[in-house]
Each structure stands twice: as C-alpha cells, then as structure tokens.
Design a protein around this ligand. Sequence first.
Ligand code: ADP
Ligand code: MG
Length: 356
Amino acid sequence: MTETLWRHRITIAVVALLALAVLLYSPRVAEIHELGGATMGTTYSIKIVDMPTDHLAAEDLAQAVAALLKRIDQEQMSTYVPESELSRLNLAPVQTPIVISKEMLDVLTMAIEISELTAGAFDVTVGPLVNRWGFGPPVQAARPDYAQVPDQAEIALLLERVGYHHLTLDREHSTLLKSADVYIDLSGIAKGYAVDKVAEYFDQLGIASYFIEIGGELRIKGHKPGGQTWVPAIEKPVDTAPQVHNIFYNNGESIAVAGSGDYRNYFEADGVHYSHEIDPATGRPIAHNLAGVYVIDSLAARADAMATAYMVLGAEKGFELAQLIDQAVYFVTKRADGNGFDDRYTRKFESYLQAK
Ligand code: ADP
Ligand code: MG
C-alpha cells in the first residue's frame, strides 16, 4: 500500500521535473504584437512578430504608424478631405505645372505606368464617372436610382475629362501638368501604396516578420511564431459575411497581395448590378462574369492597381495579360447559371498554393 503511494509520488515528481526542464530549455517562442485602427475609409490591422522592444516602445510604434497613415490619407491622397493635396490638385488650373509631394509623384508615376501597361483599363482620371455612379465622396456622389442612371450623352460629356494622357509628370522638378480639367481618384492604388510605406518603415526598423493589412491589401514578410508560413485567404466573392474561398502561403517570402471584386461595393437599380469598378473605355461599371481577382506582387501599390485593372479587363483579357507579364494572379468567375464559381490562376500563382 505505502510502497504504491511512494512510487506514485516519485512518478509525479519526475514528471514535474521533466515538465520544468522542458519549460526551461524550450526555445523562446516569439510573440505577435498587434495594432490597428481606421484609415482611408476602412480599417488597418497589423501583426508584428518579435517587436524590437529593446529600442522601441509598442505605443510609439503604433503612434508612428497612425501618423504615417494619416499623412498619406488625410493630408495627401484623399478626395474626401477638401484640404488634402489631391483635392487641391483637382481644383488647380489646367496647363500650369503644379509642384507635388514626393509621395504624390511616386503614386502618379506608378498609376500612369499601369495605365500604359493595361491599355487604360486602370486610369486614375476616371474619377468624374466614379462620382457620377455614386462611388465617390458623399458630397459629390449619391447612389443613383435607375431613373437617375446617367444616359449616354452625360457619360460622353464626363468622358471628355477622362484620360491619363492628360497628366504630364516632370520628375526632375516634381510637378504635374494637367492638360484638361481632370479629376484624379487614387482609391484604386492609395491603399496599396500606404501598405508599402508601412512595410518600408518596418524594414528600416529591422522587423523581420509582419502581416500588414489595410482594407484587404496586404504586405507579408517572414514567418509566424514557430516558423510557420502566413496563410492569407482568398475571400468568396459574396456580399454576405466573409467566407474563405481558398488559401495560399507566403512560405517566408516577402510578398504584397491585393484583391478587387464587384461583390461588396455596388448598388442595384431595377435589377441591374452596378459595380464600383468603372471601365474608362465605356464610362460604365464593369459588366461581366469576373467576380474577384487576387494579385501577388512585390509592391502592394502595383498589386492594388493591377487588381482593379484585371477586374476591368475581365477574365479572358485579364488572364492573357497576367500570363504575358508573368504575374501571380488568381481569378474567380461567376458561373453562367449563377451556381457557384470557377477558379483560374496563372503559372506564377501556382507556387503560392503549396505550403513548403
Ligand atoms: P477596393 O477599394 O475595394 O480595394 P479597388 O482597389 O479595386 O477596390 O479600387 C476601386 C476603386 O478605384 C473604386 O471605388 C474607384 O474609386 C476607383 N476606380 C474605379 N474604376 C477604376 C479604374 N478603372 N481605374 C482606376 N481606379 C478606378
Ligand atoms: Mg485596387
């Protein structure tokens, strides 16, 4: 009886000692530090693995990120803020060089490059039509009902102000010259650009692993604690609560991801679905079976703008271009019978579908 009890006690003591040894000798598990808030009419959420707390307090980092985003959004690229650099640019006279910030110069340079690459499918001067269709700042845009949907004459008039070739940049003097009364809308690229800026800041701080998300646009680097890959999701293109459609893996690589879709930001009038993606060639919301696109690139600004461009180009032309430029792109199309979706992805996307 007593012998059994003692044996039992010894076993417990040995187990406890072993547990303690494991605790003491197990490698330190990295922690995830999270921060977030509101920006650009949406939210941001950031995860950092292994905060450099030795030289930076968590609150200081959160404040620095908030200030960085506020500058890009409120002070520079928002059309919702009347005093922003972009709002002032949009009101500035034509045929006169206007000095612009380094950030504005960088974003506009990339926007024009992508317009050229996509034969104008992506075009930041499509703003007057974005507003007319009800997807711009509230003061300029009311969602039209069917009776107020613009007719061809009104669309043609607004299209006279659309065209990236009306924008001329002088990189040396950091100026923009507008050759027509354009209205620039950076909503299709600014979120991605802001994600890149946060990533740049983290890289400077020497942060090796992070997950940065602003309104669905991402930059991911390194691994999660324990060396696991980050697992971003492709959302099912439905307007109900978010559902995972598919997942992929960064496998430690530093990548940017952006998605675009016609299923969240839209309105319906008289049974017609009007999406916030406007085709600059027609001045109308896109109307085809492509429901969502995900782009992986090294820069979130480029991924963001290209995702919008692919939405405008549609599944066929979009896929052709993505293969041609060898970009990692995942297309989700609606089946003609309205029953479910079909997926198609480029060669380059394939490698991200496997965990390594
Ligand atoms: P989200 O804002 O949902 O991430 P996108 O990145 O695709 O979606 O950006 C869509 C926004 O870009 C629209 O709400 C509009 O303001 C603007 N936009 C719409 N069509 C175009 C276009 N053809 N080129 C550039 N910007 C566009
Ligand atoms: Mg976009």
